[in-house]
Every structure is written in structure tokens, then in C-alpha cells.
Design a protein around this ligand. Structure first.
Ligand code: UD1
Ligand code: MG
Length: 470
């Protein structure tokens, strides 16, 4: 695809040869390492050795395939009218005051690349099924193994639905209410399988509450409501912490690696009690997440600043549902939420703008603004008149102003400019304007710090609240 050069050019997808060879070599080394570990720990790894090695292998192949396929698909997507324009680049047209001119004009960046990534992922997962399940009929506990096969295939069905719905959103620009209804529908098959397999709906009560509630409480239908809401949350949370090159995929890679690290901790340090169930739950999560991490790393290479491709809502929904499936069918939904601390904070902070006319007006884009002279990104604003807000909106506006959570500029004509209510703008307010990739690095650093906090809460703080941490 022809691209103009500028001080901050968009990266042509074919500019540098993607490091596919290095990825395949690293995969081979990793496979050898995992095979050796399984051989040394044959007692616990047992029949998991082959699927584990295949899963690592598919992650590497997935990364190599997305690295190679994305440039090849870029022109096709642009030709089909599927592209976006990077709003924070010098090549995008602005007037003398630095305001974007409408209609937006600039380099066409192929979008949604989540479609290519998700398709590669699904293909790999279909190839994986025989390696994990081909002999289920011959294994002891046939019924149990069939249950696991059903769970696995249904998890993939929910991910497929979300990929399809995300693509629908990219093409049709769905309304916000659809973004809540569609993930609930996509999660239904998975919740049905969970219910039909008598999935656990009890939670352990913290020590301080046990005198009143007992050791275990069966939440019943409320537990299903929680899992349904987790699916809605995961799919939307990544999409609203977005609009900066590399951020959507970068945060997904950090979350996936955090969840994988938790699975490894569980398998290495807590493999006791009902070993078979525990082993399966963590392996399930690993089988889902490893190839996901592989394909996402390939996408990140092309989506990193300056982005050659955009991931689209397709990727955000696909990633969110992959995490929900791994958490729910891996029987670890509460821990998954712990790895979403920045997304939870961003969602709560965003709520007044998500309510839009009922609280604080929400512009079409809340991504950072652009400083033409320095080519850095800065806070972006929503504009309103305080007296026209609802009483709830006025109260939130006063709170944001008093606490310094948002930057507030009172204009001479009586209108107000308030920085958008995202942790991206909060970071820019606190640290000042910076280059776009630095902003991505800082936000990913925050995500990583929150992973460490999540592990502390999961294994240290929980030890104070529960008699057993497992
Ligand atoms: C969500 C956010 C919106 C944010 C947008 C950015 C809410 C309620 N909505 O909307 O505030 O602006 O994501 O993805 O929080 N783009 C860039 N650079 C990037 C990524 C995207 O310029 O690094 C632009 C491109 O023009 C691209 C467009 O954003 O085409 C994608 O926006 P879209 O995903 O359709 O926005 P929403 O998900 O509706
Ligand atoms: Mg989006």
C-alpha cells in the first residue's frame, strides 16, 4: 500500500521483514523445554505432555502466521473499504488551529486486523482439538472426558460468536445497547454447558463473615449473573481503554501472560486435593491462552507505534471473550477479574460518560488529542455548559474539578472544557504531553504493576481473609 512519508510516518506493513524465522526458532526451543519438563514430571503432567507441547507449537505458528498474513491481507481490507485513519499523526489533515478537518483525511490504515488474528486463532484451535481429545473414548472416566470436550468446543463457539459480532460492529457501527446485549448472547452457550455439567456456584466466605453465613454460600443464579456480566465486561473493557497505537493488543498480551503465569503457579504450587479437576482447569486455560498470546504478539508487531494496521472492535471483543472463556470454563472467574484492575478503574471512571446525556457528554472519540508542533499526544476534552447538565452530571463535574481527576478549562463564552474521563487522559494530565509510544509503554507498565498487585491480593491478602488459599 502506498504511503506518504512524514515526520511521524505510519509504518508500511511490508516495510521490514517480520521476524518469523526467529519466532519459529524460539518456538522450537520452548517446545523442547516443555517436553523435557513433562518428561521429568511425568507423574503430574501425565497425558497432558503432548497437548502442552502442541499448544506451545501452535502459539509459535500462530505468531509467525499473523506476522506474515497481516501485510498480505492489508491491501485486501483497504480495497474492501475496511480501514481507519490514525487521528494522532502528522499526516492526518488539520486546519491552522490544529483541529482535524472533516471529513477526516489521511493515510488509510487497514482495520479490523482482529479478523485475521481471530481467524488464525480459531484455525489453530480446531487443529488442536484432536491432540487433546482424540482418545477420549479410550480413557478411564469416559463421561468426564466428554464433558471436557464439550466445554472446550463450546468455549470456542462463544469466541467465534464474539469475533463475528465484533466484525459486525466494525462494519455497521453498532449502538451501545447492542454492545451489552451481544456478549450476553455469545456467552449463553458456555454458561449452558457450565450449568449442564453441574458447575460450581458456591463461594468460600471470608473468615470474618463465617459466623453469620457459614463456610460456603451457594450463590446459585447470582453466580451465573456474575459470569454473564464478566463476559460483557471483558469484551467492552478493552474497547474503551483504546485509541492509542498498540494499547488494545498490548494490554491483552499482558493480561494473557498474567493469566498464564497464574496457571503455572497453580500447577506448580497447588497441585493437591482433586488433582484431576485442578489439572484440567488450569490446562484448559493454558490451551485457550497460549495460541491467543502467539497470534496477539504477531498483531502487536504491526499495530505498534506508528501503527501499520488497526485491530478494530473485532479484536477487542475476541480478546475479551477469550479471557472470559478461559476464566469461566477454567473455573477461575474471580481471579480473571483481578487481572483487569486498570480496565475496572477505567470503566468506573468512564461511567458518567458512558451514561452520556444523563451525566457527562461523551464525544465520538475520547482518545488523546495531538500537539502538531511537537507531534506528541495530550489530553482530549468534552465540551458542555455546566448549567445544561443534569443534577447528576453537575455533581460529577464538581467532584472531578475538586479532586483534580479531570482538567477543567472554563471558556469566556461560559462553556466548559473538561478532559475525557479515561485513565489515558488522567495519565496525560498527570505526566503532561508525550510521544504516543511512551504513553502506551506507561499504560502497559501500569497494567504490569497491577498484575503484581493482583498476585499479592490473590495469594497474600487472601491468606488473611481465608483459612486456606488455593
Ligand atoms: C472506543 C472509545 C473511543 C475511542 C475509540 C478508539 C469509548 C466510549 N469509546 O470507541 O473513545 O476513541 O474506541 O479506538 O470509550 N484510532 C486511532 N489510533 C489508534 C486506534 C484507533 O486513531 O491507535 C482511531 C482510528 O480512526 C480508528 C478508530 O479510532 O478507525 C477506531 O475507533 P472505534 O474502535 O470504532 O471506536 P469505538 O470502539 O466505538
Ligand atoms: Mg473500538
Amino acid at each position: 500500500m502506498a504511503r506518504r512519508r512524514s515526520a511521524s510516518p505510519a509504518k508500511p506493513p511490508t516495510a521490514a521483514k517480520p521476524p518469523t524465522g526467529a519466532v519459529l526458532a524460539a518456538t522450537a526451543a520452548l517446545c523442547a523445554g516443555v517436553a523435557r519438563y513433562c518428561q521429568l514430571n511425568a507423574g503430574t503432567c501425565g497425558s497432558a505432555a503432548v497437548p502442552l507441547v502442541v499448544s506451545v507449537c501452535l502459539a509459535g505458528v500462530g505468531c509467525a502466521a499473523t506476522l506474515a498474513l497481516i501485510p498480505a491481507m492489508s491491501e485486501l481490507l483497504v480495497a474492501a473499504g475496511l480501514f481507519g485513519i490514525d487521528l494522532n499523526k502528522a499526516t492526518t489533515r488539520r486546519d491552522a488551529a490544529g483541529v482535524l478537518t472533516r471529513p477526516i483525511e489521511g493515510i488509510k490504515v487497514p482495520e479490523p486486523m482482529g479478523l485475521v488474528t481471530g481467524t488464525v486463532y480459531l484455525m489453530l484451535m480446531f487443529v488442536f482439538i484432536p491432540f487433546a481429545f482424540v482418545d477420549v473414548a479410550d480413557r478411564p472416566g469416559i463421561a468426564w472426558n466428554h464433558v471436557k470436550l464439550t466445554e472446550f468446543i463450546t468455549g470456542l463457539l462463544s469466541i467465534t460468536c464474539m469475533l463475528f459480532l465484533g466484525f459486525g460492529d466494525d462494519v455497521l457501527n453498532l449502538k451501545w445497547r447492542h454492545k451489552f446485549i451481544l456478549p450476553s448472547a455469545a456467552a449463553l452457550p458456555m454458561l449452558m454447558v457450565y450449568a449442564s455439567n453441574h458447575g460450581v456456584t458456591t463461594v468460600t466466605v471470608p473468615l470474618v463473615l463465617q459466623p453469620w453465613l457459614g463456610r460456603l454460600v451457594d450463590l446459585g443464579v447470582l453466580y451465573y449473573a456474575f459470569m454473564g456480566m464478566l463476559s460483557i465486561f471483558c469484551t467492552n473493557a478493552i474497547n474503551i481503554l483504546a485509541g492509542v497505537n498498540g494499547l488494545e493488543v498490548g494490554q491483552s498480551v499482558v493480561i494473557a501472560l498474567s493469566m498464564l503465569a497464574n496457571n503455572v503457579v497453580q500447577l506448580v504450587f497447588f497441585i493437591e486435593g482433586n488433582i484431576e479437576e485442578r489439572l484440567w482447569n488450569n490446562l484448559f486455560s493454558i490451551y485457550i491462552l497460549l495460541p491467543f498470546t502467539g497470534v496477539s504478539l504477531g498483531l502487536l508487531y504491526h499495530n505498534w507505534f506508528p501503527s501499520a494496521v488497526f485491530v478494530g472492535d473485532t479484536y477487542c471483543y475476541f480478546a475479551g471473550m477469550t479471557f472470559a472463556v478461559s476464566g469461566i470454563l477454567g473455573h477461575n472467574p474471580k481471579t480473571v477479574l483481578l487481572f483487569f484492575i486498570p480496565q475496572v478503574a477505567n470503566f468506573i471512571f468512564s461511567l458518567p460518560q458512558l451514561m452520556n446525556s444523563r451525566a457527562i457528554p461523551c464525544p465520538r472519540h475520547r482518545m488523546p488529542g495531538f500537539v502538531t508542533s511537537t507531534q506528541e499526544v495530550k489530553v482530549s476534552y468534552t465540551t458542555f455548559r455546566a448549567e445544561e447538565l443534569t443534577s447528576l452530571g453537575r455533581a460529577i463535574f464538581k467532584l472531578c474539578k475538586a479532586t483534580g481527576l479531570c482538567e477543567v478549562v472554563e471558556e469566556e463564552d461560559g462553556s466548559v472544557r473538561m478532559s475525557n474521563m479515561t485513565i489515558i487522559c488522567l495519565c496525560l494530565k498527570l505526566c503532561g504531553p508525550m510521544r504516543e509510544d511512551r504513553l502506551t509503554m506507561r499504560l502497559l507498565g501500569l497494567q504490569l504493576a497491577c498484575t503484581l498487585l493482583a498476585f499479592t491480593i490473590r495469594y497474600k491478602v487472601a491468606a488473611l481473609a481465608y483459612e486456606v488459599v488455593e
